[in-house]
Design a protein around this ligand. Sequence first.
Ligand SMILES: Nc1ncnc2c1ncn2[C@@H]1O[C@H](COP(=O)(O)OP(=O)(O)OP(=O)(O)O)[C@@H](O)[C@H]1O
Length: 272
Amino acid sequence: MKLRLEECCVVRQSKTLLESLYLSVKPGEILAIIGPNGAGKSTLLRVMSGSIQPTSGTVWLGGRNMAEFSGMELAQHRALLAQECTTTARFSVQDLVSMGLTYTGKHIVRKKKNEIIESVLDRVGLADFGERDSTTLSGGERQRAHLARVLAQLHGGGESRGAGILLLDEPLAAQDLAHQKLIMECVLAYAAQGGSVVLVLHDLNWAAACADTIAVLSRGRLHAQGKPVEVLNIHLLAEVFGVQSRNYVTHVGTGRPFIIPHDLMERSSLRT
Ligand SMILES: Nc1ncnc2c1ncn2[C@@H]1O[C@H](COP(=O)(O)OP(=O)(O)OP(=O)(O)O)[C@@H](O)[C@H]1O
């Protein structure tokens, strides 16, 4: 199902958080949203998920205005992993994940629900954590438990292989390298099955390595949009992030850019 934003603006307390945005993601595509702190990335993701309405403009989901979707319909088609996932009540991890099935798993029998929960926990590297009190999880484990909840939601909606939309806000922020890789594998697998994925990422190299399209937000505006190789360059780093870098390299095998903090490395080597 295609998701498309048409001239979307968000204004809060007379401040424009998003300005006249046009953006789309189609089935099978991975879209990475990058930009400095406060650029409007999380706000954009919330608009794309339908959890907040744009002040003006329209979000189209499969050709229908998203504002017309019921909560149940939205739950079946898209799932949002928010930037901060807190867990205060003492649910077990499997109960936390089963909350993803509250709407979309109503018709599913208990045995099948348990299979879904087991499968998504395995995918996020928490196969042995089902019985654990979720308030005792580490930051990275907690984020992955919530990712499992979100995957379960789409699974219950029948969108595990197909037209669902997975919206992830900084899913790598709390993860070590092995788990960053595991999560990006989940993302690639979901897109390979025909799903759409929208990721807010601060790590530009993961965006460069895995995204089909990168959208660069700066002060609520779409500064640039295109393939990683078209978008990521030293001019962008200077203009949008205010970081001067003399160089970046291109990965020989794939032709995708890889950004190295070249100047910092040179300065560090002077200290040794
Ligand atoms: N309800 C609100 N009222 C006023 N300003 C808001 C409101 N919500 C968000 N903002 C501001 O809008 C801007 C965009 O916020 P948003 O969370 O979308 O940024 P972001 O790009 O995700 O940032 P980060 O990389 O730091 O997570 C920020 O300056 C934030 O302080």
